[in-house]
Design a protein around this ligand. Structure first.
Ligand code: GN1
Ligand code: MG
Length: 369
């Protein structure tokens, strides 16, 4: 899992199964995914010249056929809705490509699970936010994503990744590996202490869900910065990609994830973890962009838990990275043995900065209600 090259079959062989027409002339590794392996395939044709080919990590996604079914249910629904919606702006949904046998996946002779998606042209993944307008666009993108599925019943999609974003379950996984022999460096001690100090309040969203205050809806699951596509001409958001975790969940997981990703100017891969801060101005613009679209379907309770969502999802991702570090880097791809430790430190510093600005964030949410 820590290598990004295909273990068995070559993407050149696999691309033949999905190419709509023409000859494959180029294949290159693409994106920064931490789980799957992604390639951009170029064909010698004029239309649909490029497509995305992915080998799904089936250690993580153990029911990849269900993942594909979810993606198709989602994209068919949204495409239909876009035909009737009176939205004036460009909005794109990645399409699933089929094999000659009309299947939405192909299993190579060595057992790898592959699938292909259309590539959205004249758009680029947001790599970092450099202007306040981009922050607002990021929020708009998530709002639009939620808006377009707000009338698709959650039961129509399968739970393809049990426990995903259920923070108390990540805490249990941490507890199972916390006695692993590991050198107690100051960084490791900091993480251990950070988790110890917060383990009492990891179930706030799950409790609110169980009490019926927050309702199960459909979510994206991973609306981080580089899963938002911006139109290369207008610089407006045009799509949210990476649909593997579209499934029932709380919109709070998404809002929390969008903010923890968009409001960290140093980015989640920075080595300057001690400098990481949560940027309140970006938070304001992301929420404004989000609420411009989402206000219509958010309840009072939904607003009540927005602060906890941001704090919790940053903490949770830190916990997931740190647990994986202790477990020997078996889930997230790493470039070096301490990579997940460094990523955990970044998220814990971010969570600390969110906690330090709790009052301001609460006041901001209040002003936007
Ligand atoms: C993983 O594979 P990628 O980069 O799309 C992870 C997300 C994390 C993200 C952090 C299925 O997403 O939950 O937030 O890394 N996806 C899964 O960058 O665990
Ligand atoms: Mg993802």
């Amino acid at each position: 899992m820590s290598d990004s090259l295909p273990s068995g079959s070559s993407p050149w062989v696999v691309a033949e199964q999905f190419k709509p027409a023409g000859t494959v002339v180029n294949i290159q590794e693409f994106g920064q995914g931490n789980i799957n392996s992604t390639f951009l395939v170029t064909l010698d044709v004029v239309t649909d010249q490029r497509f995305i080919l992915q080998r799904i990590n089936t250690q993580v996604f153990q029911h990849p056929q269900l993942v594909m079914r979810n993606i198709r249910t989602y994209s068919e629904h949204v495409c239909q809705r876009l035909q009737t919606d009176t939205c004036q702006r460009r909005w794109e949904v990645p399409r699933v490509l089929l094999t000659p046998a009309q299947q939405d996946y192909w299993i190579s002779p060595d057992g790898d699970f592959w699938r292909a998606m259309s590539y959205i042209e004249t758009a680029q993944a947001l790599q970092e936010i450099t202007t306040p307008d981009q922050a607002e666009e990021m929020g708009y993108a998530l709002g639009m994503f939620h808006h377009l599925i707000s009338d698709l019943p959650a039961e129509q999609l399968a739970d393809t990744l049990e426990g995903f974003h259920i923070t108390p379950q990540y805490l249990q996984q941490f507890e199972q590996v916390q006695d692993t022999q590991v050198e107690l460096t100051p960084e490791v001690e900091y993480c251990l202490q950070f988790i110890r100090d917060r383990k009492q309040d990891t179930d706030i969203l799950e409790t609110a869900k169980a009490e019926g205050k927050l309702q199960l809806r459909l979510m994206h699951g991973d609306p981080k910065i580089n899963n938002i596509l911006m139109d290369t001409d207008t610089q407006q958001a045009v799509s949210v990609i990476d649909l593997d975790t579209v499934k029932p969940g709380l919109v709070h997981y998404d809002i929390g994830d969008c903010l923890r990703s968009g409001c960290n100017p140093l980015g989640e891969e920075t080595e300057q973890w001690e400098m990481v801060q949560f940027d309140l101005q970006r938070c304001q613009r992301i929420l404004q962009g989000y609420l411009a679209v989402a206000q219509s379907f958010l309840t009072d309770h939904d607003y009540d838990y927005l602060y906890d969502a941001v704090r919790l999802i940053a903490f949770e991702l830190g916990l997931r990275f740190f647990t994986d570090y202790l477990a020997g880097n078996v889930y997230f791809k790493v470039k070096h043995p301490d990579h997940n430790l460094n990523r955990a430190l970044v998220q814990f510093k971010l969570a600390e900065s969110i906690e330090a600005q709790a009052q301001e964030i609460h006041a901001l949410i209040q002003s936007l209600r």
